[in-house]
Design a binder for this molecule. Structure first.
Ligand code: ZN
Ligand code: ZN
Length: 308
């Protein structure tokens, strides 16, 4: 640079930043004009290089991992947890994760169909939140199915408690007929057929709910017998046609009594009765007075469980 005073040269120094925050940022300074300009002694560099450098591929992996971490902890549309879980990734199982990450505060009730992998979905969410350091630890709670059962271990409250056995016989009028079984009649979660073979069961799709948000199993014995008899013989779900239309489904008792399911929607008061305040998602002993005792209990309404 030309001297500002005769006989006094200035040095233009071209600098490039090596600090993590602004790596590569360039700066030109006039060395003699800088306050406290210092050249770091060479010993600093020897310290730094003493252990040698990482092989380029290892370093590149480190940089990628760093970048990936930074992006995914701020972008709710990029996931890490599915790739860190020993699962086969199903697209629909990522949906709860996507929804959870969109929430300012994760508060999610997962209730899709049986066997779709709610546990996996919940696991993915917990793992993702842990990695994003949005939670420090996670605690799993499972409600006890028995009032006296100890609360340790994984024990789940079963709902609904009624199941349809995958065992088809021909009912009256050549309908397809399958046994309707209560949980307590299951043997190792299967139905014991007349041939002493065990058949798989699926939870019944029909439950009842009231306008106050209570939900419970339909009293199928009461439904079939108009709540008038104490008959406890084998129940069946009879289906005409293949539409699974409510008017094609009959609940039948071995004693001969039967009722079309559509009656539950036509006359819910008589067919399903009044709500008893069950809240199965809270576990056992979670009943409350429907309507709080003021407005009185609501009438039960037919609710059909379906997948999202
Ligand atoms: Zn009966
Ligand atoms: Zn209720």
């Amino acid at each position: 640079m030309p001297p500002d005073r005769p006989g006094r040269q200035q040095t233009l120094v071209h600098l490039s930043c090596i600090d993590d925050d602004s790596q590569g940022t360039e700066l030109d300074v006039l060395w003699e004009r800088e306050i406290d300009a210092r050249v770091l002694p060479e010993s600093g560099w020897t310290d730094l290089g003493r252990k040698g450098f990482d092989p380029p591929h290892l370093f590149s992996a480190f940089v990628h991992a760093l970048r990936w971490n930074l992006v995914t902890s701020t972008n709710p549309r990029l996931f890490q947890s599915p790739y860190r879980a020993g699962i086969e990734v199903m697209a629909y199982q990522l949906e709860p994760l996507r929804k959870a990450l969109m929430l300012p505060r994760v508060n999610l009730f997962i209730a899709d169909d049986v066997g779709l992998g709610k546990t996996i979905e919940a696991g993915l969410i917990i793992r993702e939140l842990l990695m994003r350091q949005k939670v420090i630890f996670a605690k799993l709670w499972a409600v006890s199915s028995e009032p006296t059962a100890p609360t340790t271990g994984i024990d789940v409250w079963m709902f609904p408690e009624w199941f349809v056995a995958q065992y088809e016989i021909q009912g009256p009028g050549k309908v397809r007929s399958r046994p309707l079984i209560h949980r307590e009649a299951l043997v190792s979660n299967k139905w014991l057929g007349p041939d002493k073979k065990k058949y798989p069961v699926v939870p019944i799709r029909f439950v009842q709910a009231c306008l106050n948000g209570h939900i419970s199993d339909i009293d199928w014995y009461g439904f079939v017998h108009d709540f008038k008899e104490d008959c406890k013989r084998q129940l069946y779900v009879d289906e005409r046609g293949t539409t699974s239309d409510l008017s094609d489904i009959t609940i039948r008792c071995e004693c001969g009594k039967s009722k079309l399911l559509i009656v539950a929607t036509q006359n819910p008061k008589a067919a399903l009765g009044f709500c008893k305040g069950w809240r199965p998602w809270l576990g056992n002993n979670s009943r409350e007075q429907c309507g709080g005792g003021n407005s009185g209990a609501q009438i039960n309404r037919l609710l059909i469980r379906s997948a999202i």
